[in-house]
Design a protein around this ligand. Structure first.
Ligand SMILES: [Zn+2]
Length: 389
């Protein structure tokens, strides 16, 4: 309660001190937790030993995540709303319900002269990153999405998913296409970390971008007919046979963000737009895996704290944190605790799919005050656009 009061007071003070001349951001970091609803955030807050990045937020809002044709969105439609400002039909990615290509806030930032980046702990062609550069009526069309990625003009991107770039029905090596366009292309984590390039793509192994050293016994099925996301399959992957090539995969997202920020801010007089997705929260929600969700939220929080630290050092930066939808219908269930012997928090789940409950928005830095309130998902990119115009 004390924290809530303090946050409310900070918000009131911020709003009362803010006028129409509030600082406009030069840089934007858009951090999306796939499937990160209130249950996921709560699972972190109740188990954290120290202040979380969420509790550092001066401004908090709510985000209604519906798609154009359902109260419950899937990731392609959810990502499309967050990226383009248009709600589309479930399954559609970067295109409207009429299948016409939309323009994302990342593309608009490019037109304003900003450098752009994408950092994800899933494939670069997955739904959420794809919504920022692609346009297809099926998220499964990863070969087309990979081709569209090569045409995106994004300065720096780090993620996984090499197959869609090289093992293609059209036999085109999209990594060669990227190199022709002036990119440095790295296929291993060490090269990414050591890079001094301002235009590079890191296409890594899944084991580089996500820890899988705790095999899950859960299955990646969506019992009530919802999509089975790639993230759900990854969260359920038994990694005992795979070599862990990166010693700290649970710090990948944080380190990839820091590396990208270092390179994006070079020679960027008009600033940058960086989109980051923590994708696997969704997977643990699909799998109703409480332990995995808490661990994933701990990783998310490490990344969030690094980004909040960057914003504190670069006050011309806006950081907006939200989710495309909630997954799992996750909540904290009642448990009888013996006196003086508190046991672990117990999560319960109401679905193996997504849910339509609102998700939180946390905002930091220049222009953050514009995210206090209740918004539809499609309103968020428009607010960012107005701020960086
Ligand atoms: Zn999902």
């Amino acid at each position: 309660m004390k924290k809530i009061l303090l946050s409310t007071m900070a918000l009131v003070m911020l709003l009362s001190s803010c006028t129409s001349t509030c600082d406009k951001p030069t840089n934007v970091i858009y951090l999306i937790g796939d499937g990160m609803g209130f249950g996921a955030v709560t699972s972190l807050l109740l188990t954290a030993d120290e202040q979380t990045g969420f509790e550092m937020a001066p401004v908090i809002g709510l985000n209604e995540t519906c798609s154009a044709n359902n109260y419950v969105t899937d990731s392609p439609a959810g990502g499309t709303a967050l990226a383009t400002g248009t709600r589309t039909c479930n399954g559609f990615l970067g295109v409207g319900s009429d299948s016409v290509q939309l323009t994302s806030i990342l593309k608009k930032a490019q037109k304003m002269g900003k450098k752009t980046g994408i950092v994800v702990n899933t494939t670069l062609t997955e739904a959420t990153p794809g919504a920022f550069y692609a346009g297809v009526t099926s998220r499964k069309d990863s070969y087309t999405i990979a081709k569209q990625f090569t045409e995106s003009g994004v300065d720096i991107a780090i993620g996984a998913g090499l197959t869609a770039f090289i093992n293609r029905p059209d036999s085109v090596d999209m990594t060669a296409v990227l190199i022709d366009k002036g990119y440095d292309v790295y296929l291993d984590w060490k090269s990414v970390l050591n890079s001094q390039s301002e235009k590079f793509v890191g296409i890594l192994q899944m084991s580089d971008v996500h820890r899988r050293n705790k095999p899950s016994t859960k299955t990646a099925s969506a019992a009530d007919g919802a999509e089975v996301c790639l993230a759900a399959q990854l969260a359920a992957t038994d990694d005992t046979n795979d070599s862990i090539r990166f010693a700290e995969p649970d710090r990948y997202l944080e380190k990839a963000c820091i590396k990208t920020l270092e390179q994006l801010e070079k020679n960027a007089p008009k600033g940058f737009f960086l989109m980051v997705e923590s994708a696997i929260i969704d997977g643990y929600g699909h799998n109703n895996d409480a332990e995995g969700m808490v661990e994933e939220m701990q990783e998310f929080d490490r990344t969030l704290k690094a980004l909040v630290a960057y914003v504190n050092q670069h006050p011309n930066t806006l950081l907006v944190v939200t989710a495309d939808h909630e997954t799992g219908g996750t909540s904290v269930s009642y448990k009888s605790y013996p006196v003086n012997q508190p046991e672990g928090m117990q999560l319960s789940f109401s679905t193996k799919g997504h849910s339509g409950t609102v998700v939180p928005i946390f905002a930091y830095g220049a222009g953050a005050e514009n995210f206090a309130g209740i918004f539809q998902n499609k309103e968020i990119p428009g607010i960012i656009e107005e701020l960086i115009k």
